[in-house]
Design a protein around this ligand. Structure first.
Ligand SMILES: NC(=O)c1ccc[n+]([C@@H]2O[C@H](COP(=O)([O-])OP(=O)(O)OC[C@H]3O[C@@H](n4cnc5c(N)ncnc54)[C@H](OP(=O)(O)O)[C@@H]3O)[C@@H](O)[C@H]2O)c1
Length: 257
């Protein structure tokens, strides 16, 4: 994607990686459709993007609300890039993962992604191709956690595996109608989501570094954008172990809250 995208929609822009992605996309001539649930934090992101010269249209909206999401996405008009970034984490703590927490993770991280992406795909298929030849780009923020069934966060890791696989499996058929899909698989990023982690997080990145690597991967047309490479390689090795060995190894890690 040679020229920067001019019309971008990002969910979860009120915090962490989504806010950094919004700021990285902001510039003169760019329109940003940004969403989150917290109006004050969303407005703070919008303000910094406006100061960088972007036109910003913030929307307080819950990604679990399918009808509201479809209306918002369809109202946006032409989109060069959509980033389904909103997500939540949970863990087992010292015991079991709670039933409500597990459901909430799937409703936000999986159904919320479908609520964001599906309305956009139909709309993008009807758009004229942009300067890079694609009608539009759709990036789904999964995680390196997609590659490891960690006992400390069953719902989170499974939800990220679901959206990573869905995105990559859907990519060839969407490419035929001119839409580029990208599954984004970051390692640890310093955000409010990871602030609760009491365990060491190897190769922890700033949100700005993660946003830059995400946008570089999209611009390069990569289907899977996984970084940092060392953590990704480690996750692939651990993920390939027999399940009993993997659970025994990962069981040594401190609990995730
Ligand atoms: N941090 C990491 O190490 C890491 C690593 C790999 C992948 N990721 C993924 O990166 C994405 C962003 O995470 P983050 O670390 O930036 O976390 P964060 O700082 O907690 O931000 C999460 C964002 O998602 C939004 N969100 C959550 N539930 C929502 C809902 N039901 N409806 C609408 N918006 C909702 C939040 O909005 P409000 O705050 O306004 O509610 C917030 O803007 C997530 O998908 C996460 O799984 C994070």
């Amino acid at each position: 994607m040679a020229p920067p995208p001019r019309s971008v929609l990002i969910t979860g822009a009120s915090s962490g990686l989504g806010a950094a992605l919004a700021r990285a996309c902001a510039g003169a001539g760019t329109t940003l459709h940004l969403s989150g649930r917290d109006p004050a934090r969303l407005e703070a992101t919008a303000l910094s993007c406006r100061q960088a010269g972007a036109r910003v249209l913030p929307q307080v909206i819950d990604v679990r609300d399918a009808a509201a999401m479809a209306a918002w996405v369809m109202d946006a008009g032409r989109l060069d890039l959509l980033i389904a970034n909103a997500g939540i984490g949970t863990g087992t703590g010292e015991g079991q993962e709670g039933a409500a927490a597990a459901r909430d993770v799937f409703e936000t991280n999986v159904t919320g992604v479908l609520n964001t992406v599906l309305p956009a795909l139909g709309m993008m298929a009807a758009q004229a191709p942009g300067p890079d030849g694609w009608r539009g780009h759709v990036a789904v923020v999964a995680s390196i956690a997609a590659f490891v069934a960690a006992p400390s966060a069953p719902a989170y890791n499974a939800s990220k595996a679901a959206v990573q696989r869905w995105t990559e499996a859907r990519a060839p058929s969407e490419a035929k109608r001119g839409i580029a899909l990208h599954s984004v698989c970051p390692g640890f990023i310093r955000t409010p989501m990871t602030d609760a982690n009491a365990f060491p997080m190897p190769w922890l990145m700033t949100p700005e570094a993660a946003a830059r690597r995400t946008l570089e991967g999209i611009a390069a047309g990569r289907l899977r954008i996984a970084y940092p490479r060392r953590l990704y390689a480690l996750a692939r090795v651990v993920g390939a172990l027999p399940p009993g060995w993997r659970n025994a190894l990962l069981g040594l890690a401190p609990p995730k809250r």
